[in-house]
Write a protein that binds this ligand. Structure first.
Ligand code: ZN
Length: 303
């Protein structure tokens, strides 16, 4: 009996030290996340979680606070099962708001599967119509399910959660490509999320042309984290935009060995030169950021 008691004591101490190690490694990632001063004690609110989901080539961000969920983009059609599985994994049943930054398949593609599996309370997009089956089905579902639908433009504000706002910075105006067609990437919804002192810039696939219109319009761009535009393509993250956002961290969502070569070396070099720490789904899997509105931590699924 005595030996059994000692064994239990040993186990308890062992487990305690294990959990302490885990806590310390979490703090480690906080300090490496930059700007995460030891302010965690002075909590200013409940925890906001921003997950950059590992869904191959495309963008899908799942935001969570107080048991509520918001999504920014939904990944590509071919990864829809993966997206549904990830949403189930994170306990999603209902999504209060979905923002589709632009109607390309690698951002809109998960919607059909999301409509089938989850309750969606409101949808926001840039109002650009696409001539694709998935886009037409998306509009049909919105209509059939009578989901409130809104078009966003620069100057709008969306309340994501209690204390968490999404300040829309783009599109400022409709940008056409050289053939005079609407340029989907450059009409992406760009927005700056704020929660207390924490801020994150979401860019969709905005390229340097849309970045310029946002810079020209003025306003606060400085953000702790930048979701690098267009999967880290060389056509985005122009030097002036990067300088204005001045992030400590950059998030890049891209598929392993994707056909586009995203992220491009020139973008990675620019970020490195600006001492911005890069997190990317092709290498790090799902990347999870948490913030209480004063500090933030970032955890990678894979090193
Ligand atoms: Zn894209």
């Amino acid at each position: 009996m005595h030996i059994f008691k000692n064994l239990m004591k040993f186990l308890a101490v062992f487990l305690l030290s294990l959990s302490l190690t885990a806590a310390f490694s979490a703090c480690g990632s906080a300090s490496s996340a930059g700007g995460a001063k030891p302010q965690a004690v002075a909590k200013s609110g409940s925890e906001l979680t921003v997950r950059m989901l590992d869904i191959g080539q495309g963008d899908a961000f799942l935001l969570e606070k107080d048991g509520k969920f918001v999504m920014i983009d939904t990944g590509d059609i071919e990864h829809r099962d993966q997206i549904v599985a990830l949403l189930h994994k994170y306990g999603v049943k209902e999504i209060s708001k979905i923002i589709i930054t632009h109607p390309h398949a690698d951002h809109l593609g998960g919607m059909n599967a999301i409509f089938k599996n989850f309750k969606v309370d409101a949808i926001y997009d840039d109002g650009m119509p696409a001539n694709t089956g998935s886009y037409k089905n998306y509009l049909k579902q919105i209509k059939e399910k009578k989901i409130p639908y809104h078009v966003l433009k620069a100057g709008d504000e969306v309340d994501f959660f209690d204390g968490v706002k999404f300040h829309v910075l783009g599109p400022v105006k409709v940008i056409k490509d050289q053939k005079g067609n609407s340029d989907f990437n450059n009409n992406s919804i760009v927005g700056r999320l704020t929660y207390g002192k924490f801020s994150m810039m979401f860019t969709g696939d905005a390229e340097k042309e849309e970045e310029k219109t946002i810079l020209d319009k003025g306003g606060t761009l400085k953000s702790d984290v930048l979701k690098a535009g267009h999967h880290g393509s060389r056509t985005s993250t122009s030097p002036a935009f990067l300088k204005a956002v001045a992030p400590k961290e950059a998030f890049i969502s891209c598929g392993q060995g994707n056909d586009y070569g995203h992220p491009h070396k020139v973008t990675l070099d620019k970020l490195e030169k600006a001492k911005v720490k890069v997190y990317r789904t092709d290498r790090n899997g799902t990347v999870t950021l948490t913030s209480d509105g004063s500090s933030y931590q970032i955890k990678k699924e894979r090193a």
